[in-house]
Design a protein around this ligand. Structure first.
Ligand SMILES: [Zn+2]
Ligand SMILES: [Zn+2]
Length: 379
């Protein structure tokens, strides 16, 4: 493998220079965050990197601690010296950074040493973030469908006697089974299992996100079980998928213009018993309502995002205009809050308290003067 002999390989560590004319021994310094460490790499004369050796000074060896065996393995696996040096460089940087934090902390050094060791076992490439006090570690996992998931692990000074607190992007609660002999490796293993249990849930939602216009949430997270899907102009369906039974009939709520949603709701109510859990939620919904949802292939999202006819915005404090005038010729959409404030300001509007405790306000549509109602609780 000639790459080991290539002088361009040394540019990553500019002070690492060949020591013999065969260019099999490199010696010099690696610089990281203002500190210099002595490093020597010996390549075998037959140029097979598998038999390479690496030596570093005591200071760097202490900082790298448990990572040295990994570094040696990586050197042996690397096809090119330059690739290895780049990898070594980033490993040294992150270890030096961690070590600086470690040195600046006066309490419980044993705990931080333990955590550094645990992290090198779960591998640094699964660590997305560590806070400065070394109390929050954010770890990443990639599931069998190449989706990324994250878990934030909050470590107290009583760790590992006290279980770490975890927050995840799972749609259901993640309850960590813990005892004081466990480590971050166990946290990740349990998280990986929980992630795999939700594969069907994410398949269901990924299909919806890909094939329909999702109006809300604006940017769905992995934990979001609700989607508001465009059915037509000013008409949508809000569904909430059950994370534990993702292919069962989700909670459904129709929103928007009555003349558009009534036939769809009637179709659905008539054929609920046809729901087939072996099919995807999207196919079931389309079959039951007897429609094809508007899709990104055949339509533009703007077609389903009419602005509010009072404030002329689409999104107002996160809300979208989902109150629609029932009069077909008008069909204007309003934010609940805009319509509520508008009606309240008119002397002709009436308010009443429903038997469920909601305050309804009745008045006239600002555009067509047909009767329109809005509920205060919804604003
Ligand atoms: Zn508005
Ligand atoms: Zn109207």
């Amino acid at each position: 493998m000639a790459a080991g002999m290539n002088t361009s390989s040394v540019h990553v560590c500019k002070y690492l220079l060949p020591q013999n004319k065969e260019r099999t021994v490199y010696d010099g310094f690696i610089e990281s965050l203002g500190q210099e460490f002595h490093l020597r790499v010996e390549l075998p004369v037959n140029k097979d990197l598998k038999f390479s050796r690496i030596h570093c000074d005591a200071k760097l060896a202490t900082i790298l601690r448990g990572s040295l065996p990994i570094i040696r393995t990586r050197l042996q696996q690397c096809q090119q010296l330059s690739a290895f040096l780049e990898e070594l460089r980033s490993l040294v940087d992150s270890a030096v950074r961690t070590n600086k934090m470690f040195e600046s902390l006066s309490t419980a050094p044993a705990l931080y040493g333990k955590l550094i060791n645990e992290i090198s076992i779960v591998k640094w490439d699964r660590v997305v973030d560590i806070d400065e006090c070394f109390q929050k570690v954010k770890l990443q996992t990639i599931d069998s469908s190449a989706r990324e998931h994250y878990i934030s692990v909050h470590i107290s000074s009583q760790y590992p006697n006290e279980a770490p607190e975890c927050s995840t992007d799972l749609p259901s609660e993640f309850s960590l089974q813990w005892n004081s002999k466990m480590s971050l490796v166990d946290v990740l293993q349990q998280f990986d299992k929980a992630v795999e249990r939700h594969q069907t849930f994410w398949n269901v939602l990924d299909e919806i996100d890909k094939s329909t216009w999702v109006l809300e949430p604006e940017k769905p997270c992995r934990k979001d079980a609700a989607r508001r899907i465009a059915l037509g102009n000013n008409a949508s369906i809000q569904i909430v998928v059950n994370p534990l039974h993702p292919t069962q009939l989700p909670e459904c709520r129709f929103l928007g213009a009555d003349q558009t949603i009534k036939p769809l709701r009637d179709n659905m109510n008539r054929s609920l018993q046809m729901w087939d859990s072996s099919k995807s939620v999207l196919s079931n919904l389309q079959e039951l309502m007897n429609i094809t949802f508007p899709s990104p292939i055949s339509s533009k999202k703007e077609d389903f995002c009419s602005e509010c006819s009072i404030c002329y915005l689409y999104r107002l404090d996160g809300a979208i205009p989902d109150k629609v005038c029932k009069f077909p010729a008008c069909n204007k959409a309003f934010h609940q809050i805009c319509l509520y404030e508008w009606l309240r300001s008119l002397p002709t509007s009436n308010q009443s308290l429903s038997k469920y405790g909601f305050k309804n306000i009745y008045g006239e549509c600002p555009y067509c003067s047909q009767p329109i109602t809005v509920r205060q609780e919804d604003k």
